[in-house]
Design a protein around this ligand. Structure first.
Ligand SMILES: Nc1ncnc2c1ncn2[C@@H]1O[C@H](COP(=O)(O)OP(=O)(O)OP(=O)(O)O)[C@@H](O)[C@H]1O
Ligand SMILES: [Mg+2]
Length: 373
């Protein structure tokens, strides 16, 4: 996937303009609060997703122009052809066209333009609890297998039903018999969820390990493993369903006491270790950042295998806390993809051997002589 041109008007703090990036690495630099992240976010919207900063659509329109429309247009090659997508945001709504044809919703753009994004908020992937890591796995799997979203939905509905039953049983003992039905349902959907996640982690694992070795300049090893709460770690996918059923039966008393289901894929985790030690507990700032980066780049590699071309990589503010060796790796050793990296420090720009340099200053996008350090 390769972006040829991004045009923007009335978008956030950016002045109407146009970004024409290079094939490989593109560095977008500038001081704080100039509009660098805004620019990456504009690209990201073409994946069909919401702002990676969690902003509402209405917030994307330039302040003071709320009655007007924020317009974005992206020319890119993907799927073996030249394509053009447009997004218009007005009255808090997003509309999109792809190759001149109107889409029902902006999220219908999913699949036409593919990207992965790293933003500092994603550090929660290592620092926070298991739910962040489950969400990472789930959204990555949804990108490569859209039917997975439906499966997750079935699982979480069955879980809700079982949980409310667990709360009701102490007052209505006669409901105890129905628990068995929900155990069966939960085990069926749960096993399918676990199987998808375990398979995805096995794909991600070697890619992430190789990238992490590169980032750490061959000094450190990253390992990932999917930690299951309702099946033994060594269980095979064919055994998951039975294992969940047994766990649910075994922990029934505990579940009734707690009023919710204490084990299952909704409690699982993705274990991340650096040289054998848990990254969450023992990782330094730079190591934790490198882990998230390796996961995101590995996600891009897996996606590339499935869609047959590399997705665009958006790295927002990834350079801070990384030493020069790690920065240099990111700028010069990730070939074969179009990458956008934002940073504040012009020193990062000097490390770039080949690629595009852009500067954002008070919402103005500068290139050529205006962007040089
Ligand atoms: N809808 C909007 N209209 C006008 N300005 C906006 C809008 N939304 C955000 N801004 C402003 O855009 C400015 C730039 O934001 P952005 O997050 O892109 O900065 P940045 O260059 O990435 O900075 P940093 O290096 O601190 O991450 C901010 O000052 C913000 O207040
Ligand atoms: Mg920023």
């Amino acid at each position: 996937m390769r972006i040829w041109e991004l045009e923007f008007e009335n978008y956030r703090n950016l002045y109407p303009g146009c970004l024409r990036p290079e094939e490989g690495v593109n560095v977008i630099w500038g001081s704080n609060a100039q509009g660098k992240t805004n620019l990456l976010e504009a690209i990201w919207l073409f994946t069909g997703g919401h702002s990676f900063r969690g902003s509402r659509d209405a917030d994307l329109v330039r302040l003071g122009e709320e009655a007007g429309c924020a317009c974005l247009s992206l020319s890119f090659s993907g799927g073996g052809r030249q394509q053009k997508a447009e997004i218009k945001i007005q009255n808090g709504r997003r509309a999109a066209t792809l190759n001149g044809i109107g889409k029902k919703t902006a999220s219908s753009l999913v699949g036409a333009f593919c990207a992965v994004v790293f933003s500092p908020e994603h550090l929660s992937l290592v620092k926070d609890g298991p739910s962040e890591r489950r969400a990472f796995l789930d959204s990555a799997i949804c990108q490569i297998r859209p039917s997975y979203a439906g499966l997750l939905n079935h699982y979480s509905r069955a879980l809700q039903q079982r949980n409310s039953l667990l709360k009701d049983i102490p007052r209505h003992r006669e409901l105890l018999d129905t628990l068995e039905i929900w155990d069966e349902r939960l085990a069926g959907f749960g096993a399918a969820v676990m199987e998808e996640r375990a398979r995805y982690v096995e794909k991600l694992r070697p890619e992430a390990a190789e990238i992490y070795l590169g980032i750490s300049r061959q000094k450190e090893n990253l390992d990932l493993s999917y930690q299951m709460t309702a099946a033994p770690q060594e269980a095979k996918p064919g055994e998951y369903r039975q294992a969940i059923l047994e766990t649910l039966r075994r922990s029934r008393r505990e579940d009734l006491g707690a009023g919710f289901t204490t084990s299952g894929p909704h409690r699982d985790d993705l274990m991340l270790t650096i040289n054998g030690a848990a990254a969450r507990v023992f990782g330094s700032q730079g190591q934790q950042r490198s882990v998230v980066l390796a996961l995101k780049l590995a996600e891009a590699s897996v996606l590339e295998e499935i869609i047959g071309e590399p997705p665009v990589v958006l790295l927002d503010d990834v350079m801070s806390e990384l030493d020069t060796g790690r920065q240099e790796y990111l700028l010069n050793h990730l070939q074969g993809r179009q990458i956008f990296i934002t940073c504040c420090d012009p020193g990062n720009v000097r490390l770039l051997e080949q690629g595009g340099i852009f500067r954002v200053q008070e919402g103005m996008l500068l290139e050529g002589a205006g962007a040089s350090v």
